[in-house]
Design a protein around this ligand. Structure first.
Ligand code: FES
Length: 576
């Protein structure tokens, strides 16, 4: 252990012989703690997102035990504390509504408690950004332990990917190609071990993002939750955080602009989720890094997708782990001059030092740089009068022939309107149309739901057609695919022009030119706007009301406006 060079936060609670330190120590002793617990050794918080209603994180009590052993190995003292657990598969109206709430919980817990450094247990989609956001607003030493993906799903000899096959099977049932009994059989076969979604959905993407940012030990993100090396990573992370406290390696030293640029490029290379855009923008906002939507387009344009995983490709996270995982991808970026080499990571070394000798096994899961799945794998940022502040599309998940398309709008005012109409055989729609969904943005839904990849109408599916251009102010699950334009900003509920689209309007999409145009004159849009009424959220109560009144738009990361920035870990006043 290196020599202590700075005062521990925790000593403001546990040090000295005052009435207050007596109180802080005495109540803690009811857990059977020895005197040396309070002698100045690093106090390590373990931010626990375990919940039996967050199935992706349901194994985290066991993970925390391995972290604790590592902390004790290194001479620290571990304390596990609960934080809000966002469950993607269960939370309604959408887990995204609670990402910022969870981040507040984490931030206030870290600042208000005797914690010198923190281990973040993350897994299901929103648990990763929320924990990083809250920690960034405090700026203490931190290391992330990703919860690990589930083992590959299998049904009747074929791989079944979390989420990806849900959309696929749902369309097959509607097209009469799969029986309800087969649908139920596949449901049981998909989630067969502990862990999070094992496609390159949002959970796997965010695991890869925190590894690319440098917040984990090398190779952590892809280790299956049930692999013994997952427990090993947890233990080594527990050891490492103790040294990070000694070295005063705060999260702000890791989360630099260059680290975010590395992560954006890594997202292109892995074919990562569109949700990473809002999460990285929000994380950057908390630590004071000036990251913009245009950085995503600029940095991703020349990055090929070399990871052949669903939803863009054919394999799953277990295969990715065996093939070399994130370090092999980062090495490919390094060798093609797409990596900032000086960014510091959690183990104290640079990203380049960590990955320069990373091994890749085979060339079908992690592909050769010059034989990619998609030449330009980044996120494309589209602008035009339909999204004046920007919208995004994931080209690697889209149909190439639809990337330039002009079609007649078929409008759904909200998701209920869509559900009411989509199976109606009288709906005036065919495969050349452009489906437009309003009311799915951060304020409108509320919470920015993953409904942008609307299923196609049955009468189109029955022709064997599986993709149409779809546009919305909502998000899309990272496990989904299609020619889907997302995150239109401003959203309809905030007065964006998407609120003014009507059935029959013509819309032009040109991904190459980065444009998204509603072919309606400014004069006509002005007339429609005069007749449009903004929703009033001023009297809505509870967290939802607070969220709707303060949430920022997708182009800046959907944080609550008063949460942006780093407020530090200044020790609060005594209360006794
Ligand atoms: Fe939790 Fe996918 S539902 S990671």
């Amino acid at each position: 252990m290196s020599e202590k060079t700075h005062k521990r936060r925790s000593q403001a609670w546990f040090g000295g012989m005052t009435k207050d330190s007596f109180i802080h120590r005495s109540w803690m002793r009811n857990q059977g703690l020895p005197d040396d617990t309070f002698d100045g050794r690093p106090i390590i918080g373990i931010a626990q997102t375990f919940s039996e209603l967050t199935p992706c994180n349901a194994h985290f009590r066991e993970v925390a035990e391995h972290v604790k052993r590592g902390v004790l190995d290194a001479g620290g003292v571990p304390f596990e504390f609960p934080v809000f657990s966002c469950a993607e598969s269960n939370a309604r109206p959408t887990a995204m509504l609670f990402r910022n709430l969870a981040s507040m919980d984490v931030e206030e817990a870290i600042r208000g408690l005797p914690i010198d450094g923190v281990v973040l247990l993350t897994g299901c989609d929103k648990t990763t950004p929320s924990l990083v956001m809250g920690t960034a607003s405090c700026d203490v030493p931190a290391i992330v332990v990703p919860g690990g993906p589930m083992l590959n799903g299998r049904y009747r000899g074929e791989l079944v990917g979390s989420g990806t096959h849900v959309w696929k099977y749902d369309q097959m049932v509607k097209a009469g190609e799969m029986t309800p009994e087969e649908y139920m059989g596949a449901e049981a076969a998909m989630s067969r071990s502990k862990g999070h979604c094992m496609t390159m959905g949002t959970a796997s993407t965010m695991g890869a993002m925190v590894e690319a940012l440098g917040l984990t030990l090398p190779g952590a993100a892809a280790i299956p939750a049930v692999d013994s090396r997952h427990a090993l990573n947890a233990r080594l992370s527990g050891r490492r955080i103790v040294d990070m406290v000694e070295e005063d390696l705060k999260i702000s030293k890791i989360l630099t602009k260059e680290a975010f640029e590395n992560a954006i490029r890594a997202n292109g290379a892995i074919g990562g989720s569109t949700n990473a855009v809002v999460h990285l923008l929000a994380m950057a906002g908390r630590i004071g890094v000036d990251l913009t939507l245009d950085d995503w387009d600029r940095l991703g344009r020349d990055i090929p997708t070399i990871v052949n995983l669903m939803p863009s490709g054919k394999y799953l996270m277990e295969d990715f782990f065996y093939a070399g995982g994130v370090p092999a991808v980062m090495r490919a970026l390094l060798e093609n001059d797409k990596l900032h080499t000086s960014t510091i990571t959690a183990n104290g070394k640079t990203q380049a030092e960590n990955v320069k000798e990373a091994e890749r096994w085979g060339d079908d899961v992690i592909l050769d740089w010059d034989k990619p799945l998609v030449d330009s794998g980044g996120i494309a940022v589209l602008r035009g009068n339909l999204a004046t502040d920007g919208s995004i599309i994931k080209p690697s998940a889209a149909t190439p022939s639809l990337m330039k398309h002009r079609g007649r709008a078929v409008v759904f005012e909200d998701i209920e309107d869509y559900k009411a109409k989509i199976e109606d055989s009288d709906l005036d729609i065919d495969e050349t149309c452009v489906m437009v969904l309003k009311g799915a943005g951060p304020k409108g839904y509320p919470g920015f739901a993953e409904v942008g990849n609307m299923g196609l109408p049955p009468k189109v599916l029955q022709k064997g057609i599986t993709d149409m251009v779809r546009i919305s102010d909502g998000r899309m699950s990272g496990t989904a695919y299609g020619t889907v334009v997302l995150h239109c900003a401003p959203e309809a509920a905030a007065g964006g022009n998407i609120a003014l689209v009507r059935n029959g309007d013509m819309i032009s999409l040109d991904v190459e030119k980065r444009s998204l145009v509603l072919e309606v004159s400014d004069e006509e849009l002005a007339r429609r706007r005069a007749a449009w009424g903004a929703p009033d959220f001023s009297r809505e109560g509870g967290y939802q009301g607070l969220y709707r009144r303060t949430v920022m738009q997708a182009d800046t990361g959907c944080d609550l406006d008063f949460l942006v920035g780093c407020r530090g870990a200044e020790i609060p006043r005594e209360s006794h």
